[in-house]
Design a protein around this ligand. Sequence first.
Ligand code: CIR
Length: 253
Amino acid sequence: MPLALVREVPASFVAALAPTRRRPLDVEVARRQHGAYLEVLRGAGYQITALPADEAHPDCCFIEDTAVTLGRLAVVTRPGAPSRRGEVAVVAAALGARMPLARISEPATLDGGDVLQVGGRLFVGRSRRSNEEGIRQLARLAAREGIELLPVGVSRGLHLKSSVAALDEETLLLASDCVDEAPFGGLRQLRVPAGEQRAANSLRLVDGTVLTPAGCPRTFEMLAGSGFRPVALDVSQFEAAAGGLSCLSLLLD
Ligand code: CIR
């Protein structure tokens, strides 16, 4: 059974890193939205393992950033934001109980939100959070697993996956003018309509459903019209903290 590792939303979420926040974050609403997200994952067939929230780490629910899986190997990251580095220990323990672990180490930084697997390839964002050394260390580990890594320049948005999602093994959903698109040559590309950039942070689930943020109707129609199965979900509180659908889980399909 596919597994989704998630982390509960702490009361301290009100202090989550949020460069573009205009309104205070609402923990109760965030928890409701998180609960609805988990229901959709369950419905898609995932067994959920929910790690407890850590009040010392307001961003801990954005669990995607703490680890990357390469086949049967889990790579524990070293998040780019210093305030998030203490999030990895609990996630490493949970992953280490089921699979071998490797670690990204200083001076490298790497956020899971910059790592996008498409078919057998790994695209990795060179962003404010993930540096060259982080990409180099991940490339070495990926090569050992027979996986090719391609760096991608990120010019807008926090992470690579803020602007690009994989809809299947050969199709991307992306927002224009946010990343260097040259490395994606050869892949089919669907562009989110203007004004719906945040819809590029969508998440394909193991049953083929594509979770997409609520309030992006044109993207929803485009996905449905292209043969995908979109499901819209309100994650406004997480978006207000620079996150989105992909960052709330580590999916082990
Ligand atoms: C941060 O700034 O690190 C968090 N507030 C948001 C992280 C979102 N992560 C993701 O999209 N992978």
